[in-house]
Design a protein around this ligand. Structure first.
Ligand SMILES: *Cc1c(COP(=O)(O)O)cnc(C)c1O
Length: 221
């Protein structure tokens, strides 16, 4: 099922849109099946779960951290993480930088921008994003490479509202991309999940984070 889901999904997407298979709450076997179908980018939300899975799976998987990352857990993923999508504070960025340097790495990060109407979703305001990007402190962070923005639209059936929220993110992405800022190279706009990826594609995403559409519904125990 998983390999069919993947090939169907990929066939429906323009070639510039990358798919991160969100494997949280899914088994190592399920990830292996997607891997054997050619998938290499996987996304996880919880540090402990990610570490346990990584140990059992091929080394060439690119692990994306897409959840809310706590500063005190950065050290566990810093040696290998491919892209951190959910950077939502300067404090977290500093911690990532520190751990990147310790591991002699430069860690790619996306700043998470708050675009939804819901209060509960994590993320930075556009003002906060610009403040981080323009800060002198960022210029000194040799372990950080900011590669774009991530956002989550409101969890609603109102497709017009979802479109508008994605448009806001894409507009900021384009504006920032035009500037020349050290350690910042905007290439990735991570927007779109199982229920809204079609809208995200229309609005110009180039990275989708897709879970249930590939692996089936998550079973929480
Ligand atoms: C779980 C999750 C996804 C994937 O959700 P699906 O609806 O299963 O596609 C994408 N992004 C984030 C941040 C998530 O936590």
């Amino acid at each position: 099922m998983i390999s069919q889901n993947l090939s169907k999904l990929k066939a429906s997407l323009p070639p510039h849109v990358k798919v991160v298979a969100v494997s949280k709450n899914h088994s190592v076997e399920a990830i292996r099946e997607a891997y054997e179908a050619g998938q290499r980018d996987f996304g996880e939300n919880y540090v402990q779960e990610l570490i346990e899975k990584k140990e059992q799976l091929p080394a060439d998987i690119r692990w994306h951290f897409i959840g809310h990352l706590q500063s005190n857990k950065v050290k566990y993923i810093a040696p290998f993480v491919h892209l951190i999508h959910g950077v939502d504070s300067f404090r977290l960025l500093k911690e990532i930088n520190k751990n990147a340097l310790k591991n002699k790495r430069v860690i790619a990060c996306l700043l998470q921008m708050h675009i939804a109407q819901e209060e509960t979703k994590f993320g930075l305001s556009s003002e906060e994003v610009y403040a981080i990007l323009e800060s002198d402190e960022l210029k000194k962070m040799e372990g950080i490479h900011i590669r774009g923005l991530m956002g989550m639209a409101s969890n609603t059936n109102n497709t017009e509202q979802i479109s508008l929220e994605f448009q806001v993110l894409k507009k900021h992405f384009n504006d920032i991309k035009k500037r020349r800022i050290p350690h910042v190279e905007f290439e990735i706009v991570s927007m779109g999940m199982s229920h809204d990826f079609g809208i995200a594609v229309t609005e110009g995403t180039n990275m989708l984070r897709i879970g249930s559409k590939i692996f089936g519904e998550r079973i929480y125990t």
